[in-house]
Design a protein around this ligand. Structure first.
Ligand SMILES: [Zn+2]
Length: 116
């Protein structure tokens, strides 16, 4: 079923809110990820390894958020077009429930599952 105008409005607002919160989260994450200090007095050998691992995990989180941010931006650009909410693969409408969870989705759930 295609989105109603009201559902379209809801998804559109969700996307715009998501854009703002992702940008904030990325900024915060980048601010808090300081380079690992090599000062042996501040960090023992083990905790330095921990710090490096933690930093790598943090970097992975930021990469994922940035990827999602670019998908969100792409979806926002599609909002005005008739293609919004239509699966890019099978061209069937994407379920509203799915768009509420991942409003940046470009594919319907069955196509997305096949792609995994
Ligand atoms: Zn599909």
């Amino acid at each position: 079923m295609e989105l109603t105008q009201q559902q379209h409005n809801v998804v559109s607002k969700t996307l715009k809110d998501l854009l703002v919160s992702l940008e904030q989260d990325i900024e915060e994450a980048e601010k808090s990820s300081q380079p690992v200090t090599l000062d042996q007095q501040a960090f023992g050998r083990v905790s330095r390894v921990d710090a490096i691992q933690q930093q790598q995990m943090q970097a992975a989180v930021v990469r994922r958020m940035k990827k999602r941010l670019s998908m969100v931006k792409g979806a926002i650009q599609r909002l005005g077009s008739d293609d919004f909410g239509i699966c890019i693969q099978c061209e069937e409408p994407i379920a509203f429930d799915r768009l509420m969870i991942r409003p940046e989705s470009l594919a319907c759930i069955s196509c997305a599952q096949q792609a995994e």
